[in-house]
Design a protein around this ligand. Structure first.
Ligand SMILES: Nc1ncnc2c1ncn2[C@@H]1O[C@H](COP(=O)(O)OP(=O)(O)OP(=O)(O)O)[C@@H](O)[C@H]1O
Length: 275
C-alpha cells in the first residue's frame, strides 16, 4: 500500500552505465541519470533507438550493475534481482515446457506458496486477462497476444510492487495492442489509486505512452532530457489523445524523436508527378 514512508518507490541517483564493444570502443549507454519514481506511478520511458532505455530498465531489475551511481527500490539499495520487481520482456516471457497455469504459478511455487493457494491466485489472474479457458494449454498453442496475457498474469500473480515492462506489446497488431493496454491498466487500477503498483514501461509508441502514463521520461544518447506529466483523466479513450494538453505533449515527444518536421501533408501526386 502507498504510504508517505515509501512514496519514493524507485530512486535512481547519478547512474551511469558504460559498455565495451567487441571492437574495443566504449559506449556510454546511460549517462548520469537521476530520477525519483513515486509509488503507484505509471511511467513510460521513450526515446530513439539506442538511447539507453533497456539498459536503465535492466539496472532497475538488478540484471545489470551500474558502472557508477546507485538505485534504491522501496528505500533499499538494490544489488541484484528481487521479488518486489517483476519484468516482462519484448520477447516472450513464458516457459515453453510448462502449461499456462504452471507458468503463472511458477514464481509463487518458488516462494513456497501452498499449492491450493497458488492455483487460486493463478486462476484469478488468468481469468482477469481473459485466459481462464486455456489454463491447461501449452504456450505453443497460444497466439502472440495470448502469450503476452500470460506474461502479464504472471507478473501480477507474483505480487511484485514494481513492474518493469520492456516494449511488451511492440510486436503485436494494433487491435491486440490496444486490448492489452486495457488489460494492463485494469489490473494496475484494480484496487484503486492507493493499491497501484509502480510501473516502468518502455515504448517507442508515442500514443501508447500518452494512453498509459502518468509521466513520460524522455531519453536521448543516454541522458534523461525531459520529464513530462500526463494529467489527462482516466480512463482515457482515443478521444483523450485529442485534448489540447495531450496534443501539446505529443508535439514535444515528436520533436524529441526528430519527427516534427514529417508532420507536413504529403505532396499531392498529379499526372504521375509531385506538385
Ligand atoms: N551488452 C552490450 N554491449 C555493448 N553495447 C551495448 C550492450 N547493451 C547495450 N549496448 C549499447 O548501449 C546503447 C543503449 O542500448 P539500449 O538497448 O539500452 O537502448 P534502447 O534505448 O533500449 O534501444 P532500443 O529502443 O533500440 O531497444 C546502445 O548504443 C547499445 O548498442
Amino acid at each position: 500500500m502507498n504510504s508517505a514512508a515509501n512514496s519514493r518507490m524507485i530512486e535512481i541517483v547519478h547512474v551511469n552505465r558504460t559498455f565495451q564493444r567487441a571492437d574495443g570502443q566504449m559506449v556510454k549507454a546511460v549517462d548520469n541519470v537521476s530520477v525519483v519514481i513515486k509509488e503507484g506511478e505509471f511511467v513510460c520511458l521513450v526515446g530513439p533507438s539506442g538511447c539507453g532505455k533497456t539498459t536503465l530498465l535492466q539496472m532497475v531489475a538488478g540484471l545489470l550493475e551500474p558502472s557508477d551511481g546507485g538505485i534504491a527500490v522501496a528505500g533499499r539499495e538494490i544489488s541484484g534481482p528481487g521479488r518486489e520487481r517483476g519484468m516482462v520482456f519484448q520477447k516472450d516471457s513464458v516457459f515453453p515446457w510448462m502449461r499456462v497455469i504452471d507458468n503463472v504459478e511458477y514464481g509463487l511455487k518458488c516462494r513456497g506458496v501452498p499449492a491450493a493457494q497458488r492455483r487460486e491466485i493463478a486462476r484469478t489472474y488468468l481469468e482477469r486477462v481473459g485466459l481462464g479457458h486455456v489454463e491447461k494449454a501449452w504456450p505453443r498453442e497460444l497466439s502472440g497476444g495470448m502469450l503476452k496475457r500470460v506474461a502479464i498474469a504472471t507478473v501480477f500473480a507474483n505480487g511484485s510492487r514494481v513492474l518493469l515492462l520492456d516494449e511488451p506489446f511492440g510486436a503485436l497488431d494494433y487491435v491486440t495492442r490496444h486490448q492489452l493496454q486495457s488489460v494492463l491498466l485494469d489490473l494496475w487500477d484494480e484496487g484503486g489509486a492507493a493499491a497501484r503498483r509502480t510501473v516502468l514501461f518502455v515504448t517507442h509508441d508515442v500514443d501508447e505512452a500518452l494512453s498509459l502514463a502518468d509521466r513520460i521520461l524522455v531519453f536521448h544518447s543516454g541522458h534523461l532530457v525531459d520529464d513530462l506529466a500526463v494529467t489527462a483523466e482516466r480512463p482515457r479513450s482515443t478521444d483523450s489523445l485529442l485534448l489540447p494538453d495531450m496534443v501539446a505533449i505529443k508535439h514535444k515527444l515528436l520533436a524529441h524523436l526528430g519527427l516534427e518536421k514529417r508532420a507536413k501533408p504529403l505532396a499531392i501526386v498529379q499526372d504521375g508527378a509531385a506538385s
